[in-house]
Write a protein that binds this ligand. Structure first.
Ligand code: ATP
Ligand code: MG
Length: 241
């Protein structure tokens, strides 16, 4: 087997001033081509895990390797960060430019593309996501769902090697969710997606992990599944999560 592109080993982390370990000897390996879902209760540490991979939270102990190299200093994280596309849980943490096209072109510009190239790439990604018409919109005036799509566009425009999507469907209508499923299934990219939506996760991933007590539970250990049961007062079986 090839080397993992993300490897966390025995990572422990508590927020400064807090005693509770949010991550507790957590280990995780993500390989090229992996399409991993993450479904776990509110507050179980999913977002903290993503922030740890990006170097936004620094572990108290344990080791992180990204693309085969150990990363622990800001400089080392900076070197790999642009190749990992983190879509923040809150789109407002991602978007800070006046207009949509500026926001989406920001990453490519930072990667060294010319202003024209960055703009072209931004337009291309906006078109792929079906929001080309938002190009010149004022970002902070967008609806919540529109902001999430623009946030996703800004991540995809960086053409990262791996995507970390933190609840990408929150606030999206069903039509847009379906479009997102199609887009993710057509992307030739590894990703880890946090979501509370079972159907969405099973449509776009091969494995679904959970988190408990600061550790990852793999799909061998958890049985997140859909099953049929009977209505108390009816004969019609229905599906639920
Ligand atoms: N900046 C912070 N400072 C202190 N504690 C924090 C901070 N961010 C998160 N926490 C705490 O860490 C725990 C895990 O939070 P985290 O956001 O990682 O959970 P989550 O699994 O992403 O939850 P959700 O499904 O609600 O997004 C929570 O108890 C939260 O209160
Ligand atoms: Mg979260």
């Amino acid at each position: 087997m090839t080397n993992p592109i993300i490897k966390l080993e025995n990572i422990s982390f508590a927020y400064p001033g807090a005693t509770e370990k949010i991550l507790d000897s957590l280990s995780l390996e993500v390989y090229h081509g992996d399409r991993i879902g993450m479904m776990a209760p509110n507050g179980s540490g999913k977002t903290t895990l993503f922030h740890t991979i990006m170097g936004l939270c620094r572990p108290d102990s344990g080791t992180i390797e990204i693309f085969g190299s150990p990363v622990s200093t800001e400089q080392e994280f900076q070197a790999v960060r642009s190749r990992i596309g983190l879509m923040f849980q809150d789109a407002d943490d991602q978007l800070f430019c006046p207009t949509v096209v500026d926001d989406v072109a920001f990453g490519p510009l930072n990667l060294g593309l010319s202003a024209d190239e960055a703009r072209d790439r931004a337009r291309e990604v906006l078109a792929t996501l079906g929001i080309a018409d938002l190009e010149n919109a004022i970002t902070h005036r967008l609806s919540g769902g529109q902001k999430r799509l623009v946030a996703l566009a800004s991540v995809l425009a960086m053409e990262p090697s791996v995507l970390l999507l933190d609840e990408p469907t929150a606030g999206l209508d069903n039509g847009v969710k379906e479009k997102l499923v199609k887009i993710l299934n057509h992307l030739d990219i590894s990703y880890v997606v946090i979501s509370h939506e079972f159907n969405f996760l099973t449509a776009i991933t091969d494995r679904v992990f959970s988190m408990e007590s600061g550790k990852i539970l793999s799909d061998d250990e958890v049985r997140i599944h859909q099953h049929e049961h009977m209505h108390k007062l009816g004969n019609h079986p229905h599906k639920h999560v």
